[in-house]
Design a protein around this ligand. Structure first.
Ligand SMILES: *[C@@H]1O[C@H](CO)[C@@H](O)[C@H](O)[C@H]1NC(C)=O
Ligand SMILES: *[C@@H]1O[C@H](CO)[C@@H](O)[C@H](O)[C@H]1NC(C)=O
Ligand SMILES: *[C@@H]1O[C@H](CO)[C@@H](O)[C@H](O)[C@H]1NC(C)=O
Length: 491
């Protein structure tokens, strides 16, 4: 029931160049004349800090920059746990980044946190492409300890590419100072001009022999130098509409305060892509499950959305009254309150309406942040930030497992055994009809806020005019084209 790596590789070849998965999926909606055209790709970075009308006073990090940097970066509260770093974001929940420094430089660089790739690179001061002109770049003039090697690297993404030289310098992150070899990019394609990050921090499972950047990764170095107790990291992603900017990346130990009970550990499926991939038991809405089997989920902090092959995405949206489909994208009523659910490791995880309901398209319709696209194999889902905002996730390299924890949702196993020892014997795939009922009784702390309170388009009109279920006529309402942009996965 596992997907054999060669199957994945074959699928990848047909969709994306191998060795790249910065998967910035960028759906573009072309509306009908009566509808106001939503912003195109750049809305992600040019949108106001508060897209939903609340008043926040979150500071924008001030960094010394050599170039005018137009990007909004919303700084997260510094974590209290040691070996942890704040996870900043762009104010739209699309890009999550950490601020690092290199060598003797005090300039901060924002690196996209990418759990689907192991390559780390930063834009180099030698780079003159438009994307680099708009970002903070790093080079000899910034750090006297920087060593640039003659070895080159090149990473191809869906629509873009990055190339340059390998370089070594001290890497400063989360209080650690360690030697790291990374890519210093001297040619960055324009695709990256639409995203706020200056580079990418690779936290995938790939080893240094299979990485495009053939050097020990950050996690490898932290582990080999015994700077962390366990080779793992935990991550909490903030949700802008919650008004709390508390994203956090924890190295070496999970933050126990981020979840109740024990983590639900799920073994990873081995693959040659460095993916954090686990069996997915099922999906559903409000307790109604789809009955899907033999699916897997690639858990990717570098992907904004949830992408699943068309049939799965259609089946899921059919449980949300009033949805429409246009090609790979869907709309849902902005006033939807249904909770989408993914069943992983025998536990049902909610994806709140606040997270799967995207920007307003007018007329009471909002973009769905669940996309009908096969990114890799036909049974693989690419599960990004839309899901991850709902859980605390631990990526455990040593034990080859992923752990999920939720505030207010205690795992059955931990609740019955009253022990902090996680269980890891969860069946990889379960088609049991009892799966959805395994979720613990709610305790209320993670109940989703009704979308109508958060999205401008939701207003007070529960009866919008978007055609329901059939989908057949929806293409007339939303003609859709897509651009592959890529910031969503980086392999
Ligand atoms: C600068 O970029 C050029 C290619 O554009 C490359 O040949 C050269 O090695 C780079 N220099 C450094 C210091 O990265
Ligand atoms: C950057 O890479 C692209 C694609 O490989 C290439 O066409 C272009 O000439 C390169 N630009 C520079 C300045 O090296
Ligand atoms: C998950 O969503 C359901 C509604 O479908 C709700 O009853 C339940 O309380 C939620 N669970 C948690 C932990 O929030």
């Amino acid at each position: 029931m596992h997907i054999h790596p060669s199957t994945i590789a074959a699928a990848c070849l047909s969709l994306l160049p191998l060795a790249s998965s910065f998967y910035p999926y960028n759906p573009i909606y072309t509306d009908v004349p009566t509808r106001r055209s939503p912003d195109r790709s750049l809305h992600r970075v040019s949108r106001p800090l508060d897209p939903r009308g609340h008043s926040y006073s979150l500071p924008i990090r001030r960094t010394p920059t050599k170039r005018t940097n137009k990007y909004n970066i919303i700084t997260a509260t510094p974590p209290t746990q040691s070996n942890s770093i704040a996870v900043d974001q762009d104010g739209t929940d699309f890009s999550y980044m950490v601020a690092v420094t290199f060598g003797t430089s005090s300039e901060e660089y924002h690196m996209l946190v990418d759990s689907a790739a192991s390559n780390t690179w930063v834009m180099g001061s030698n780079c003159t492409t438009d994307a680099c002109k708009e970002h903070n770049t790093f080079g000899k003039g910034d750090s006297t300890s920087l060593i640039i090697s003659d070895t080159t690297f090149s990473i191809a993404y869906g629509t873009g590419q990055v190339s340059g030289n390998l370089a070594t310098d001290t890497f400063h992150i989360a209080g650690f100072n360690l030697p790291l070899t990374f890519g210093l990019a001297n040619n960055v394609s324009n695709d990256f001009g639409s995203y706020p990050m200056d580079g990418i921090l690779g936290l995938g499972r790939g080893d240094s022999t299979s990485n495009t950047i053939a050097a020990p990764s950050l996690m490898d170095v932290l582990s080999s130098k015994s700077l962390i107790k366990s080779k793992l990291f935990g991550i909490h992603l903030s949700r802008t509409s919650s008004g709390v900017n508390d994203g956090e990346l924890d190295f070496g130990a999970p933050n126990l305060g981020r979840y109740d009970g024990a983590l639900n550990y799920i073994p990873t499926i081995s693959n040659t892509d460095g993916f954090w991939e686990i069996a997915a038991d099922d999906a559903g809405v409000d307790g109604k499950k789809l009955g899907l089997t033999s699916r897997s989920a690639i858990i990717d902090t570098g992907t904004s959305f949830i992408l699943m092959p068309n049939d799965d995405a259609v089946a899921l949206h059919k449980l949300i009254p009033g949805f429409t489909q246009g090609g790979e994208t869907f709309t849902v009523p902005c006033s939807s309150t249904q909770v989408v659910q993914l069943v992983l490791g025998g536990v049902t995880y909610n994806v709140s309406a606040a997270d799967y309901i995207g920007h307003s398209l007018g007329g009471g319709a909002c973009a769905s942040n669940i996309i009908g696209r096969q990114t890799f194999g036909p049974t693989q889902w690419l599960v990004g930030d839309v899901f991850l905002k709902n859980v605390y996730t631990v990526f455990d390299f040593d034990s080859s497992r992923l752990g999920f924890g939720v505030k207010g949702q205690v795992n059955t196993a931990s609740a019955t055994t009253l022990t902090a020892v996680p269980f890891s014997t969860t069946p990889l795939v379960s088609g049991s009809s009892t799966i959805l009922s395994k979720s613990s009784p709610p305790t209320g702390t993670t109940a989703p806020t009704p979308a109508s309170q958060q999205l401008p388009g939701a207003s007070a009109s529960p009866t919008h005019s978007v055609a329901a279920a059939g989908c057949a006529s929806s293409g007339a309402m939303l003609a859709l084209s897509m651009a592959f942009f890529i910031p969503a996965i980086f392999l």
